[in-house]
Design a protein around this ligand. Structure first.
Ligand code: FES
Ligand SMILES: [Fe+2]
Length: 350
């Protein structure tokens, strides 16, 4: 690592904008414009008449108010104040009181590359030409009939590096003891490259999803039995993916809002892969099972998020109080992710 990289304060890092970030769930973008913020950029998301999602700078060029407080008029977003309309390209295409002898103002607001994929809205805040070259991470289990999803939103008053470090340090099963998420993690192997860190732990899991009734382990602690399982966690810049044995897969899709605020979506999948009998049933029935069990891990997931957010916000407060104070780190996976975050942020300083 170069001296410059070493000297960077991890809690002041920017982001590499040339990646696909997640700014909303698909279900959040309905018939009204939605305002979101990605790394200090206010952005308005809206769906046109045919259901396609568009993303523009959330600022009317007329008087600088938020377009997300306006409404959708067929394929255009219409400002609440004087009703100017903007096309998905960001051009002004209508002013309701334009006189016959006046031309439309040639103002243009920024358009962002945006995609709807696997239940989420993915946005590329960087160079639009590069957006074509990269694909969003994607969540293939979202539609797959063998996976039951639960989603929890993380809203945290802390720099995103605290979240990534929390997600990569599996020794914090201690914090979640009462939820029995996992236990006794030991780091066995670690790999890293320019975009990814993979940490392989051996842990103990409380759950074994091998009978259809075993999903009730999510609700009844008495049914759980500790047993060893591999616990693999990966930081695939800027997102995080993990698997616990064969039964669980978890994603954390990031939307860093600013230097001190982080939003993210935690998606927990329980696998039904072990139930081969279920796979022979008609598709409509399998979809019915998937949809009826959606959110079955909600209490667990929300509880874990609450505990993690509390810790990360305390870390941020401690940093505000004494920024030069360094902690003692024993987990070498954290050294790797810090190195990755720094090198990505350095690619483009923003
Ligand atoms: S401020 Fe948006 S139309 Fe006037
Ligand atoms: Fe946690």
């Amino acid at each position: 690592m170069s001296t410059l990289t070493q000297q960077l304060d991890i809690r002041q890092l920017g982001i590499n904008p040339n990646h696909w970030y997640v700014v909303a769930r698909s279900s959040e973008v309905q018939s009204s414009p939605l305002g979101v913020t990605l790394w200090n950029h206010p952005i308005v998301l809206y769906r046109d008449n045919s259901g396609v999602v568009h993303a523009l700078e959330d600022r009317c060029p007329h008087r600088q108010v938020k377009l997300s407080h306006g409404r959708i008029n067929v394929d255009y977003v219409e400002c609440a104040y004087h009703g100017w309309q903007f096309a998905p390209t960001g051009e002004c295409v209508g002013v309701p009181y334009l006189a016959d002898n006046q031309k439309l103002p040639t103002c243009q607001i920024r358009q962002y590359a945006v995609k709807e994929k696997d239940g989420f809205i993915w946005l590329f805040p960087g160079d639009t030409a590069q957006a074509e070259l990269l694909s969003p991470l994607g969540v293939p289990e979202w539609e797959h009939l063998n996976y039951i999803a639960t989603v929890s939103t993380i809203e945290c008053q802390a720099h995103y590096s605290f979240l990534i470090e929390n997600l990569m340090d599996m020794h914090h099963g201690h914090l979640h003891e009462k939820y029995q998420a996992w236990a006794s993690a030991e780091l066995k192997d670690l790999q890293e490259n320019a975009n990814q860190v993979d940490a392989h732990y051996q842990a103990q899991s409380y759950y074994k999803i091998d009978k259809i009734w075993s999903i009730s382990q999510l609700f009844f602690p008495g049914l759980r039995r500790l047993h060893p399982e591999p616990l693999d966690v990966s930081y695939i810049y800027p997102h995080w993916v993990s698997t616990l044995g064969e039964d669980f897969k978890i994603y954390c899709l990031l939307c860093p809002v600013s230097e001190t605020v982080t939003r993210a979506y935690l998606i927990h999948f329980t696998s039904l892969n072990a139930f081969w009998r279920l796979h022979k049933l008609p598709l409509w029935f399998r979809r019915f099972v998937k949809n009826s069990l959606f959110g079955s891990a909600q209490k667990l997931l929300d509880g874990l998020v609450r505990q993690d957010v509390k810790m990360m916000e305390e870390e941020q407060q401690a940093y505000f109080h004494t920024p030069q104070q360094r902690g003692y780190e024993l987990n070498r996976a954290l050294v790797s992710v810090q190195r990755l975050m720094k090198s990505q942020a350095l690619i483009i300083k923003n």
